[in-house]
Design a protein around this ligand. Structure first.
Ligand SMILES: Cc1cc2nc3c(=O)[nH]c(=O)nc-3n(C[C@H](O)[C@H](O)[C@H](O)COP(=O)(O)OP(=O)(O)OC[C@H]3O[C@@H](n4cnc5c(N)ncnc54)[C@H](O)[C@@H]3O)c2cc1C
Length: 407
């Protein structure tokens, strides 16, 4: 037999899964509803993604080598001096990155369907097929033509509002809402953001996260996120970041306004039967940094590698237990990273006092090195014990000075 797999969603997760499956000779269908989708996103990616996913230079619009952390009282701490000459945070446009990854998957053999999946029919027997019902947009129409596809296995890579997750009753997750304005700046103002990104913290810009100004292709992305139950507050918080960065954004013209949910933690069930969720559909965004692109692509690749392995390159149908091996491997590799970032967010994004302490702590060179290394290379590199001790002492010192430990 040849295993048939449908990958629903052609973002970084879906295309990465489809690439690995198609390369292994598995019959792979990649279903994407909008081929020119512009995913609302800051577009920041770590250096390890460029090498691990073999991204060409032209995918990276800007190389950020300087960051400014800005406290509630506007104390600015510059970080980035620990970076080596060839190290940077990549800034990309999602429409470019997503298009590249999708085209590459197709060139390796994945069959692209421009369609919107609206129903997933579950099998009625042990090895029975899954039937996907979708609107086929290949005629160029928005409503599309009703079509179906039968497969042995489904990878749900259809983002935070995943229909695949609903179909398998994967359970809900809490989510943050992120809002972003893309602003075209006058040349002199844009020059300031040439290779610089800013992160602002404070109750005025986010009660539980941070706000950002990221340089993009020919503009900046200015945005914020919050988990606050009243999602309508996001507009007030956006006004907060616009006010804080007002001087630097003067004369700017808004060219795009966008908002989207960001999952806060994994769904209760990420594999059910022969369906596996990856990326935002599974809930792989990290706390503290809100980073999701690399983890989406990586979770999807790991899931697809597990499918290739347990299907013996498409010769047998993997079981639910086989697919769950992907989750075990994922949790083993990144469980600690998620925990550490969760604790950081809980401790430091709590009040303006803890945020002041956080920014102060970022001025320490050892903290900067540790932060950059773990972001750029996705390794929780344990510092040597002396440095570790120094960082711990500095953290406590910052918290005490900022009166952040007061109840
Ligand atoms: C404002 C904002 C800023 C962010 N900034 C950053 C950042 O700077 N760096 C970072 O790493 N992460 C960032 N993130 C998070 C990041 O955008 C996500 O984690 C990432 O896009 C997840 O990739 P994915 O492939 O899982 O899902 P998505 O990128 O959401 O892709 C899902 C795809 O599925 C398609 N689809 C959905 N439903 C269907 C259907 N029924 N049928 C067919 N196709 C379907 C969609 O069109 C889409 O192409 C940000 C998020 C937001 C909202």
């Amino acid at each position: 037999m040849t295993l048939r797999v449908a990958v629903v969603g052609g973002g970084p997760a879906g295309s990465s899964a489809a690439e690995t499956l198609a390369k292994a000779g598995i019959e792979t269908y990649l279903i994407e509803r909008k081929l020119d989708n512009v995913k609302p996103c800051g577009g920041a990616i770590p250096l390890c993604m460029v090498s691990e996913f073999d991204l060409p230079e032209n995918i990276i619009d800007r190389k950020v080598r300087k960051m400014k952390m800005i406290s509630p009282s506007n104390v600015e701490v510059s970080i980035g001096s620990t970076l080596k000459d060839d190290e940077y945070i990549g800034m990309c446009r999602r429409e470019v990155l997503d298009g590249f990854l999708r085209d590459r998957a197709v060139s390796l053999g994945a069959k692209l369907i421009n369609g919107t999946m609206h129903k997933l029919e579950l099998p009625t027997s042990a090895n029975g097929s899954y039937t996907l019902h979708y609107a086929d947009h290949s005629d160029g129409s928005l409503e599309g033509k009703a079509a179906t596809l039968e497969v042995d296995l489904v990878v749900g890579a259809d983002g935070a509002n995943s229909r695949v997750a609903k179909a398998i009753d994967a359970g809900d997750y809490n989510y943050a809402i992120a809002f972003q304005e893309r602003i075209m700046l006058p040349d002199d103002k844009m020059a300031y953001y040439e290779d610089l990104a800013e992160m602002y913290v404070g109750d005025d810009v986010s009660t539980d996260f941070y706000a950002w100004v990221f340089p993009k292709y020919n503009h900046v992305a200015v945005g914020t996120g919050t988990m606050a139950p009243n999602k309508a507050d996001i507009k007030k918080l956006q006004a907060g970041i616009r006010a804080r960065a007002a001087k630097k954004l003067r004369g700017g013209k808004i060219i795009r306004v966008e908002a989207h949910p960001i999952p806060e933690h994994p769904r209760p069930r990420r594999v059910v039967g022969r369906v596996a969720l990856v990326g935002d559909a599974a809930g792989t965004v990290t706390k503290s940094s809100g980073e999701g692109i690399y983890f989406a692509a990586k979770s999807a690749r790991m899931c697809a590698e597990t499918i290739v392995e347990f299907s013996e390159n498409g010769r047998r149908i993997p079981t639910e237990a086989d697919l769950k091996v992907y989750l075990k491997r994922w949790d083993k590799k990144y469980g600690l990273t998620y925990k550490v970032l969760d604790i950081l967010q809980t401790v430091f994004y709590r009040t303006d006092a803890t945020r002041e302490a956080f920014v102060e702590m970022c001025s320490d060179i050892d903290v900067q090195k540790l932060t950059f290394d773990s972001y750029l290379y996705k390794t929780v590199v344990p510092a040597n014990p002396l440095v570790q001790l120094k960082i711990t002492a500095k953290t406590i010192g910052s918290l005490i000075r900022g009166n952040a430990l007061a109840p």
